[in-house]
Design a protein around this ligand. Structure first.
Ligand SMILES: Nc1ncnc2c1ncn2[C@@H]1O[C@H](COP(=O)(O)OP(=O)(O)OP(=O)(O)O)[C@@H](O)[C@H]1O
Ligand SMILES: [Mg+2]
Length: 231
């Protein structure tokens, strides 16, 4: 049985946290107990001698969970770079096994888990270990958050290719308008091109400042059930 979603993006800043939090809230409204994880967060600001993982905190608020931060976010760093690089700079070691153990504990507590990556799927998490490796080890279907505008065809197809190279389940693509940009030609035409070339459905389009995640969650349920049947 599918126990959740791994949320990746075509890049950093595309709206993974925004979409993950929106889905978590919508699931909670549908009375589904949802747990969250941001396994590694970088670029954390210090406050009173502690690093504040803003994504992890946003996810905890959205899902309204009481799980300890050490399980939701086992690793956090101040340097605003890829996790493996931040760990090297701060002379720490990231152990993917610890992340997998935290996930197991949380997934036993919750019916559905939402796990947010960092940056995109090819970002290095630890020495010789990418987020792609983590997503594969977690065994969750992957939801891809993509930008609406120019460049998104290339970034989205590359992300899909990477996931398919491991035969991973793809739950779909969400086009998220994080910038509130113009609705130009690229925005109007890219989604259909991505669907046609990849065969992966766009299961939702989230407008700028939109809070309408109910429909996306309905499509997600249908898609996840379809994945279950096909697998
Ligand atoms: N649909 C949206 N409407 C309004 N603002 C948005 C939307 N999506 C994202 N944002 C804003 O854009 C910024 C980047 O989004 P977000 O933090 O979700 O990206 P991310 O992919 O999680 O980034 P990271 O790689 O750092 O985790 C945030 O300030 C967020 O609030
Ligand atoms: Mg984020």
């Amino acid at each position: 049985m599918i126990k959740g979603l791994f949320i990746t993006g075509t890049d950093t800043g595309v709206g993974k946290t925004y979409v993950a939090a929106g889905i978590a809230k919508a699931l909670r409204s549908a009375k589904i107990d949802v747990g969250v994880m941001k396994p590694v967060e970088t670029g954390c600001r210090p406050r009173s001698g502690k690093l504040i993982p803003r994504d992890a905190e946003a996810l905890i608020r959205a899902a309204a969970v009481r799980d300890p931060l050490s399980l939701v976010n086992p690793y956090r760093f101040q340097a605003p770079v890829a996790p493996s690089v931040a760990a090297q700079i701060e002379r720490k070691t990231i152990n993917p096994g610890k992340i997998l153990r935290s996930f197991k504990t949380l997934s036993q507590r919750h019916r559905f888990m939402i796990v947010e990556g960092a940056g995109g799927i090819m970002v290095p998490l630890a020495q010789g270990y990418l987020f792609l490796d983590l997503a594969e080890a977690l065994g969750l279907p992957v939801l891809i958050v993509a930008r609406p505008g120019l460049g998104t065809i290339n970034h989205t197809l590359l992300t899909i290719d990477a996931l398919r190279s491991r035969r991973m389940m793809i739950a779909g693509i969400v086009i998220n308008d994080g910038q509130g940009g113009q609705q130009g030609l690229a925005e109007a035409t890219s989604p259909a091109v991505i669907e046609e070339l990849s065969g992966v459905p766009i299961i939702g389009t989230i407008g700028h400042r939109s809070r309408a995640f109910g429909e996306l969650v309905e499509h997600l349920k249908i898609q996840v059930n379809r994945l279950k049947v096909e697998d």
